[in-house]
Design a binder for this molecule. Structure first.
Ligand code: S3P
Length: 438
């Protein structure tokens, strides 16, 4: 039986110090997946040693990829099998809580001719929408079956010869785009994906670095075209820190009085930095130092200081995919802005690890927050005084960490139930919080 942990956070302390956040989750998954279909060795440094990417490693091992026992903080080497070298596994592939693992693997395996695969996940993942990948992949000739007409896991895949297609995705989702591009590597001819707005582009950057024939076209790079027939070559990958993990400290330093935090090694890929635009709108005091580029991904160090009188903000439209994982912590930020903030066009939040609009509203109200939940977003009136509360992550990693930051601003001690959910993306979060508390 799973054991649940309660963490207690005392309000009233400020945060001071230097933090190096763990590796980017999206890039960590992709380093394993793309490395596994390349020829030769891929060396990986800065990998995120947390539950989600470890689920990807576990599934790939079952598919015959030689991945060593990964140790926290240690570089490692994997040996790729080429584009169609996976073996048919004897076991079910368990993707745990990880949507990225399941959706990218469905794309990867759909074109493994004559082999069969079964994928499952935890209770949360098995309720998340998979039709968004099974539908376009079926259009390419994929044999993807599952509960509720192929839209929910457990999913079974019969690898087929795929044909290249032009696919317009109804949602701006990097997981959907990546699944189609990975399938395109094993399809005949050319596969083209057109997104309604640009989502994170780590797959495109990494495929290009591994030698794939991939082109970014169209207005704002929303059309990605991949041609099959080119073998990928193993590479050296250095993974920057995850801006989605850094976000907790960027917001904490901005809203907790007398705080100043330096976050080192933060990935600054422009498809991920929507939070900086919102922080600009809020009037946050931050500086980006030591900018550089590693393995095709920009990064820098961010220095953030508390400011009083933060301004409210509005999030809507095409910026959503650029800050999709930061909505929970930005909801906390809005509670401490001077006025009414609004988050719109954010229906996607309802199909994340939890329904993050509902869960954040429900949990923050326990502190005394003034939040109105709409069908596609939230309206948050800042300035309520937070009292200590008994809150619950409801098993969502980003909710757990957002509630911890909110608790710093509450009067008294707050208990956070199921706080261990943070292990999905940031296993050292609670140690880092302790280090920063003054
Ligand atoms: C991810 C894409 C996003 C994001 C998730 C990671 C990825 O999901 O929310 O945490 O690595 O591709 P969607 O593609 O569903 O928006």
């Amino acid at each position: 039986m799973k054991t649940y942990h309660i963490r207690t956070v005392r309000g009233g302390s400020s945060l001071q110090g230097i933090i190096k956040v763990p590796g980017d989750k999206s890039i960590s998954h992709r380093s394993l997946i793309i490395g596994s279909i390349a020829e030769g060795e891929t060396n990986i440094e800065g990998f995120l040693y947390s539950e989600d990417p470890l689920s990807t490693a576990d599934c790939l091992r079952k598919l015959g990829v030689c991945i060593p026992d990964i140790k926290e903080g240690q570089p490692f080497t994997i040996k790729g099998l080429g584009l169609d070298g996976f073996k048919e596994p004897k076991e079910i592939l368990n993707c745990g809580n990880s949507g990225t693992t399941m959706r990218l693997l469905i794309g990867l395996l759909a074109g493994q001719k004559g082999k069969n695969f079964v994928l499952t996940g935890d209770n949360s993942l098995n309720e998340r929408p998979m039709g968004r990948v099974s539908k376009p992949l079926s259009q390419m000739g994929g044999g993807i079956y599952g509960r509720e007409n192929g839209t929910k896991a457990p999913i079974s895949i019969t690898g087929n010869k795929l044909k290249g297609c032009v696919i317009g995705t109804p949602v701006a989702s990097a997981q959907v785009k990546s699944a189609i591009l990975l399938a395109g590597l094993n399809a005949s001819g050319t596969t083209s994906v057109i997104e309604p707005a640009s989502s994170r582009d780590h797959t495109e950057r990494m495929l290009k670095a591994f030698g794939a024939d991939i082109k970014i076209r169209g207005e704002l790079g929303r059309n990605i075209v991949i041609k099959s027939g080119t073998n990928l070559k193993g590479q050296n990958i250095l993974i920057p820190g995850d801006i989605s993990s850094a976000a907790f400290w960027m917001i904490a330093a901005s809203i907790v009085p007398k705080s100043e935090i330096v976050v080192e090694n933060v990935g600054l890929n422009p498809t991920r930095t929507g939070i900086l635009n919102v922080m600009d709108e809020m009037g946050c005091d931050y500086k980006i130092l030591k900018k550089s580029t590693i393995a095709g991904e920009p990064l820098g160090t961010i220095n953030i200081k508390y400011v009083s009188n933060l301004k409210p903000f509005k999030i809507e439209g095409d910026i959503l995919p650029k800050l999709i994982d930061e909505i929970p912590i930005l909801t906390v930020a809005a509670c401490f802005c001077n006025g009414i903030s609004e988050i719109k066009d954010a229906k996607e939040l309802r199909v994340k690890e939890t329904d993050r609009l509902k869960v954040m509203a429900r949990q923050l109200k326990k502190f005394g927050a003034n939040i109105l939940e709409n069908e596609d977003g939230l309206i948050i009136t800042g300035g309520s005084k937070f009292n200590s509360a008994e809150v619950d992550s409801e098993t969502d990693h980003r909710v757990s960490m957002s509630l911890a930051i909110a608790a710093l601003l509450a009067k008294g001690s707050t208990n956070i139930k199921r706080a261990e959910a943070s292990k999905v993306s940031y296993p050292t979060f609670w140690d880092d919080l302790e280090k920063l508390i003054n």
